[in-house]
Design a protein around this ligand. Structure first.
Ligand SMILES: NC(=O)c1ccc[n+]([C@@H]2O[C@H](COP(=O)([O-])OP(=O)(O)OC[C@H]3O[C@@H](n4cnc5c(N)ncnc54)[C@H](O)[C@@H]3O)[C@@H](O)[C@H]2O)c1
Length: 379
């Protein structure tokens, strides 16, 4: 069950709308601020897709959705939120401006998460003059309403207690928080993705393969392996009975062969952009972005459901979490049904109904972030 009482989303683009969808579908009220006049339509589209995906996960029905409010200012959006997620474009000057405003107007005990793909929290929290200690990076993966991982990164001023609370908040909406042990640009996920992306750009630019061929090489092979075991465990198995040591003895030296251009960056000129974009258009075979999103979501749900049945029914990897998450949502949905039942027939439910508002939450305890402020600084 979520421990968030009221959330605010600052920025409602691809990622912000994904956060809004995950929060609303967990029954949490969200206040959003986005200056784009099209924001409500775009968020609506993402909500449509998210509802559709969750219906597949929860054939018994969805929990009662939280209420979405469009605020006119950041101040209005964050005024009574205990969890705020910033998802504005990836520019440090803009992050500074927005985080300073959030910090000025948010309750002192609210946790502030940033969706940044790679900016260090230390570089962002300098703009927060009141409570920089409550900023954490909570870096998600698109689509936020389906993919459970969130990388948690603290800055020099972030207090360990704020990180602990953030982990609990994200976990309470079905996510898997993984703490990045040292602050580094682009964290872990995007470091890996950047390396693969750079190499992919070279391969297409040099005419070794098309974008479609590259995607096929990935999705018919190691992409399937990665989804269920990651990189290191897959390589351990690839080493045969001798495992990882044998794998490294065999393939370690290859890193020095001319197999990779990893430190080189292709020039991102019009020619390269046109080449990739044209091939990508051909690869889509006329499917719109929304159609591709639906295909992606169906596939992701199917993969997680399949993984949830593995490991003697206990679930494996993202599938084990998926199993717990869908159970949690089904319980929440059952609560909706039972609160709708006539009060006379089930008097006990009367007390259950307002429980969410009354229940003290981790962040709801006024002292929590203040406590964090008094706590030991992250070293
Ligand atoms: N797209 C991804 O795959 C992805 C994945 C993980 C993290 N991120 C990160 O999430 C953040 C947002 O990325 P995105 O892809 O959603 O971008 P986007 O361009 O789709 O959305 C950004 C939104 O922020 C709004 N915005 C601009 N100025 C604002 C302001 N002052 N206050 C409030 N809203 C404002 C814009 O109108 C837009 O709707 C970035 O930090 C990005 O690095 C992106």
């Amino acid at each position: 069950m979520s421990i968030i009482n009221k959330a605010a989303a600052i920025g409602g683009g691809v990622i912000g709308a994904g956060w809004v969808a995950r929060l609303l579908l967990n029954g949490i009220d969200v206040s959003i601020f986005d200056p784009d006049p099209e924001a409500s339509r775009k968020v609506g589209e993402v909500m449509k897709g998210a509802r559709r995906a969750y219906k597949q996960m929860l054939p018994g029905g969805l929990p009662k959705e939280g209420k979405l409010t469009y605020a006119k200012t950041i101040a209005e959006a964050v005024a009574d939120a205990d969890f705020i997620q910033e998802s504005v474009p990836e520019r440090l000057d803009l992050k500074h401006k927005v985080l300073a405003e959030i910090d000025t107007h948010a309750p002192a005990n609210a946790i502030v998460g940033s969706s940044t793909s790679g900016i260090k929290p230390t570089d962002m929290q300098v703009a927060m003059k009141k409570h920089p200690e409550r900023l954490v990076v909570g870096h998600p993966f698109n689509p936020v309403y389906l993919l459970p991982l969130v990388e948690i990164v603290g800055g020099e001023q972030t207090f360990p207690e704020a990180i602990e609370v953030a982990k609990e908040l994200y976990a309470s909406i079905g996510m898997k928080p993984v703490m990045v042990r040292k602050e580094i640009e682009a964290f872990v996920g995007d470091r890996l993705l950047e390396a693969a992306w750079r190499e992919a750009l070279w391969l297409v630019k040099d005419g070794i393969c098309t974008v479609e061929e590259l995607d096929d090489i990935m999705r018919y092979s190691f992409g399937l392996r990665w989804a269920q075991m990651g990189m290191f465990q897959v390589y351990r198995v690839a080493g045969g009975e001798a495992g990882m040591r044998h794998f490294m003895a065999q393939f370690g030296p290859c890193l020095k062969w001319p197999w990779t251009k990893l430190m080189d960056v292709p020039e991102f000129n019009d020619e390269l952009v046109d080449l990739i974009a044209t091939q990508s258009d051909e690869q889509a075979h006329g499917l719109s972005i929304r159609e591709l999103e639906r295909i992606r979501d169906d596939n992701l749900v199917a993969i997680m459901e399949a993984l949830s049945k593995q490991n003697k029914g206990k679930g494996w990897g993202a599938g084990a979490l998926h199993k717990d998450y869908t159970r949690q949502l089904a319980k929440l949905a059952a609560k909706k049904t039972s609160t709708k039942a006539p009060a006379k027939a089930k008097p006990a439910k009367k007390a259950a109904k307002p429980a969410k508002a009354e229940k003290p939450t981790k962040t709801g305890k006024p002292a929590k972030a203040d406590k964090a402020k008094k706590g030991k600084k992250k070293g």
